[in-house]
Design a protein around this ligand. Structure first.
Ligand SMILES: [Fe+2]
Length: 339
């Protein structure tokens, strides 16, 4: 039977078992602010007859709000970007376990919490992009190599306050130990083309402006730049190529957007169905096409631009380690003087 049909039948069954009209709604607190998310939520409403209420804010604000609302919280689900924040929410005891054979069989263990308190919904890689004009890709190998003096004044990367960098640092601590990770951060700091500023896209624009030659960014930003309405952004996207580091050893650092069911939600079954819907093949392809993220369900196809970059070896470090090592990562950045 078609997976959608199974989900639909389960929803109908669920709705028959409940009598309060409130039970046919879900409230989602989300840090994601993409149009594709709105479309996907609207499709779920239409197909399943379930009203979706959305509250948008930063992950830290949402986590704080769920904490202060306690058992009065209207939130059934929390969506954030970066596993580090999902781990933070779990550590604050905000989630409850979900139980789903669909999730168990579809999502690799490293992309979800070991106790089924959160699971990824989309995947991204934090890669090296380099100037097509000024960098010979045969010189590139790994994140570690970017600390080498040959890259002096050439590296662009955002500040260490950003969780994407903190999670990358967690992965380096896990792979190489704290001391080596700190030496790496010092080496990168010595190679900065400029003081860290701006977001990932700004680093790529700075390559176009010849302020530096190499940047560390998430993959979907390159997809978005290449397809932007803004000519300058398209030129920035076209000025660089993507390089997947560490293909000879542990693989390229990946991260997720993810979701968990709020501890005080009374709608665990419905919330679980919603997660299964997000992970279904068609919805995964919708995320991938619109936002250039990698599907987390391996049956789904990637966006064509991602296909062009080709397959790559992924670091299979369980993503919950990124969050567990977050405090250490922040400390290492501090000691290394990476602002
Ligand atoms: Fe982002």
């Amino acid at each position: 039977m078609n997976k959608y049909l199974v989900i639909l039948l389960m929803v109908i069954f669920y709705l028959q078992c409940t009598n309060s009209p409130n039970d046919s709604s879900l409230t989602i607190y989300t840090h994601r602010h993409y149009d594709v998310d709105k479309e996907i939520f609207a499709n779920f409403e239409k197909e399943m007859g379930v009203k979706i209420n959305v509250v948008n804010a930063s992950a830290d604000e949402l986590i704080q709000r769920i904490e202060s609302e306690g058992d009065q919280t209207p939130a059934d689900l929390l969506i954030t970007v970066d596993a580090g924040r999902l781990v933070r929410a779990k550590e604050k005891n905000l989630f409850q376990n979900f139980n789903s054979s669909m999730i168990d069989s579809t999502i690799p263990d490293n992309l979800k919490d070991s106790e089924n308190q959160w699971v990824g919904i989309t995947k991204r890689a934090r890669v090296i992009v380099y100037s097509k004009e000024r960098v010979d890709p045969s010189e590139l190998t790994s994140y570690e190599d970017l600390a080498d003096g040959k890259w002096k004044n050439r590296i662009l990367v955002r500040s260490s306050g950003n969780i994407y960098n903190q999670s990358l640092m967690s992965s380096l601590i896990s792979a190489n130990g704290e001391e080596n990770a700190m030496n790496w951060a010092k080496g990168i700091t010595n190679n900065f083309a400029r003081e860290p500023k701006g977001n990932d896209r700004d680093q790529v624009k700075a390559i176009l402006a010849k302020e530096g030659d190499i940047a560390i960014v998430n993959t979907y930003y390159i997809g978005r730049l290449l397809n932007s309405d803004d000519e300058l952004e398209r030129r920035a996207g076209n000025a660089v190529n993507v390089f997947f580091p560490n293909q000879e050893d542990r693989g390229t650092h990946i991260n997720i957007s993810g979701i968990g069911i709020i501890k005080n939600s009374k709608k665990v079954e419905l919330a679980t169905l919603f997660i299964e819907y997000l992970l279904s093949k068609d919805v995964q392809e919708q995320f991938a096409t619109a936002n250039y993220e990698y599907p987390i369900n391996s049956n789904a196809l990637s966006a064509s631009v991602l296909e062009e970059w080709g397959d790559f070896k992924e670091d299979t470090l369980p993503l919950q380690r990124l969050g567990e090592l977050n405090k250490e990562a922040v400390m290492v950045f501090d000691r290394a003087g990476w602002p």
